[in-house]
Design a protein around this ligand. Structure first.
Ligand code: SF4
Length: 196
């Protein structure tokens, strides 16, 4: 593994969307055009985040006894970095990441969101020397609906396999298989490169 490279939880989401995103972004260094739009949205979201974050009932509902806000963690072991909205200390002495999603809850948990929370869990366990077995998402546009996500040891092992695979692409300049879902290719920034 390259000792100087760290990946983010967002890289894991990109990988899950299509492993070739990692190749184009991290090996060929070609950014997606969406980057600027993301920054504009992020600014608006931070404003909304301040408005919901201090609502105390969120804590009580889930047995939270303490929390750290806007936490940036790194892992030298995993070569992973991540910034989470909150790290909660729960009444059973475990910890849990909590993220605010500026979205409406759609009756299902996307695999990408869950994997992001598993990556955060790995970072929390290493940095706080504690156990993490759940994470929380707050869907701001569904009246701050809180969804609990169970995180098992198997989930953590799978996330580590994904991280290893990402480093294989980066360190060996390996051009991976693209997504099997060809619908994703229709609007993809990289489609001309990818199929050329
Ligand atoms: S065109 Fe399809 S396979 Fe290629 S990078 Fe985009 S989503 Fe992946």
């Amino acid at each position: 593994m390259n000792n100087f490279i760290f990946i983010t939880a967002s890289d894991i989401i990109e990988y899950l969307y299509c492993p070739r995103f990692i190749y184009f972004q991290n090996v060929l260094d070609i950014e997606q055009h969406e980057h600027e739009r993301y920054l504009v949205n992020k600014g608006r979201d931070i404003h909304e985040l301040k408005m919901v974050r201090n609502k105390d009932y969120l804590r009580k509902t889930i047995g939270c006894i303490d929390k750290d806000i806007d936490v940036y963690l790194t892992s030298d072991k995993l070569h992973l970095v991540g910034r989470m909205d909150e790290v909660l200390t729960l009444s059973d002495n475990t910890k849990a990441p909590l993220d605010y999603k500026f979205a409406i809850y759609e009756e299902k948990l996307f695999k990408t969101l869950k994997t992001q929370q598993i990556a955060y869990s790995l970072l929390i366990e290493e940095n706080y020397n504690c156990h993490v077995n759940r994470a929380f998402l707050v869907y701001v546009r569904s009246k701050n609906l809180i969804k609990e996500i169970e995180i098992t040891n198997k989930d953590k092992e799978n996330a580590q396999l994904i991280i290893n695979d990402i480093f294989d692409i980066i360190n060996k300049c390996h051009f991976p298989q693209g997504t099997k879902n060809k619908l994703k290719c229709q609007d993809c920034t990289y489609k001309n490169l990818c199929f050329s």
